[in-house]
Design a protein around this ligand. Structure first.
Ligand SMILES: [Cu+2]
Length: 487
């Protein structure tokens, strides 16, 4: 059911350096809600962009990489008209389920949002064909957890290619951590990590072969920039909101010489700030990070060498961090500078209370697998409980208001970041080891040949949604199932 927005409006903030410095990395353009309303036209179209390593023609929202950041508040009503301005698909035959197809058919997903999966809300079963427009209406509950979320296409068969192309953007639901004085005092950065995969010769992204290799070298962009510079002042603490909006590669990252403190993950605060030497965000994950600059100099935000498949992926420079000396006159004196880190317990998103043993009404095991199937892409399908995705099958049927415990069992030699829509999960065990602080998140990397145990409470919304691997080629090739919540 659609609603009319009589006074629908939103305010815009242009892309800009939060320090007002020309050579500093810019935050993506923002669109803010106003008076409880968020209204936006969002167009997916072919856009040629200039990158140091290629000049690709990509599918992008509004021709921008990344798409604009949406900043909304709990209780807001969002109305987004998605326009699919792509040329017609040129697939020769009807789509075969669980093979890549119709790269110009799309839809829109609100990753991590606790909203209705039905009708014209966060409904990933919709197909918006080239030339069509569709009105999404998404109503955020008054008690929606504050934090970092994101939007991206989610049409089965074209999701990996469209996200790999650069379709996606941050969404910030305001509140909770924003109200911590040390966080509020800090300069805030939105850092969207993407790696549009282009064949340098072809200059476009029309072949699934180009994105298929998990171990292929990627050129990582931060807010659409290759090897950007991020400026800080000596003694400064900044609040970074990080998003791995890539299609498949994990992002471990290090920033030696500065102090890093994780304060939240997938939108939810940690119990308290945690100092770390290396952070990790799987595809789909977000992180709130406080970064403290100690000494003037030039520092490298690196993705260290690592492996998530068969071969090692080399280390890569993500950005250079330049710490300006004390008393620098390069930044206007009225640009605020936080210098303190949050101390003691961080505030909680109050609706997300621990799920105790007594509340669990059912346990399930979900087995992650891969198998050979002739005639499919690379003769491969990825499976959950032995089967590739079937949109007409209810794999999990659960009751609204109840809580369940699921054990994800990975039988493959690769990790899989599993994402469940609509309801966040409380991760309680990894490889059978209980976590000291069960963490609320919406995407969890299940270790190679390992297990993850999580709990979910199905609140507020009945209807069907999906759970899937956020290595998006795995999703397109079948690693997705349907969850039906009955009222
Ligand atoms: Cu996977």
């Amino acid at each position: 059911m659609t609603r009319a927005f009589a006074d629908g409006q939103a305010t815009e903030v242009p892309a800009r350096s939060p320090l007002g410095l020309a050579s500093d990395l810019r935050n993506p353009r923002e669109v803010h809600s106003a008076n409880g309303r968020f209204r936006l036209d969002l167009t997916m179209k072919q856009s040629r962009i200039e990158l140091p390593y290629a000049r690709p023609n990509l599918r992008l929202y509004e021709g921008e990489i990344p798409g604009p950041t949406f900043r909304v508040a709990p209780g807001d009503d969002m109305e987004i008209t998605l326009h699919n301005d792509m040329p017609p698909n040129d697939d020769p035959s009807p789509a075969i389920l669980n093979t890549p197809n119709e790269f110009s058919t799309t839809n829109l997903h609100f990753h991590g949002f606790h909203v209705s999966p039905k009708g014209n809300s966060d409904n990933v079963y919709l197909q918006i064909h080239p030339g069509e427009s569709f009105n999404y209406v998404v109503r955020l509950p008054e008690d929606h957890p504050a934090g970092n979320y994101w939007y991206h296409p989610h049409r089965h068969g074209s999701v990996a290619l469209q996200v790999a192309s650069g379709c996606g953007g941050m969404m910030v639901v305001t509140g909770t951590l924003d109200e911590v004085p040390e966080v509020a005092a800090a300069i805030e950065r939105v850092l969207v990590f993407q790696c549009p995969v282009v064949d340098p010769k072809a200059e476009d992204l029309e072949s699934y072969d180009t994105i298929w290799s998990l171990d292929a070298e990627r050129y990582w962009l931060v807010n659409g920039e290759y090897h950007p510079r991020i400026y800080m002042r000596t003694g400064e603490v900044q609040h970074w909101r990080l998003l791995n909006a890539g299609d498949q590669q994990f992002l471990p990252m290090k920033l030696d010489g500065l102090e890093l403190y994780e304060i939240g993950f997938d939108g939810n605060p940690y119990p308290e700030a945690r100092q770390t030497d290396e952070i990790f965000i799987a595809p789909g994950n977000r992180m709130n990070l406080m970064v403290k600059a100690i000494e003037p100099g030039s520092y490298m935000l690196m993705r260290p060498a690592f492996t998530q498949g068969k071969t090692q992926i080399d280390e890569a420079l993500m950005a250079e961090v330049i710490v300006l000396p004390p008393g620098t006159d390069r930044i206007a004196p009225d640009v605020k500078m936080g210098t303190e880190l949050p101390k003691g317990p961080l505030p909680k998103n109050k609706v997300l209370t621990d799920i105790p043993d007594e509340e669990i009404v059912r346990t399930r095991q979900i087995v992650l697998g891969v198998s050979d199937e002739k005639g499919m892409f690379k003769d491969t399908v990825f499976t959950l409980n032995g089967d590739p995705f079937d949109p007409n099958r209810d794999d999990v049927v659960a009751k609204l208001g109840q809580a369940e415990e699921w054990e994800l069992v990975n039988t493959t030699p690769f990790p899989h970041p599993i994402h469940v829509h609509v309801n966040p999960m409380q991760v309680i065990k990894i490889n059978g080891e209980p976590l000291a602080h069960p963490q609320w998140q919406d995407t969890i990397a299940v270790p190679a040949a390992g297990t993850v145990t999580l709990r979910m409470r199905f609140t507020d919304f009945d209807g069907r949604f999906v759970m899937h691997c956020h290595i998006l080629p795995h999703e397109d090739l079948g690693m997705m199932l349907n969850v039906a919540i009955q009222a």
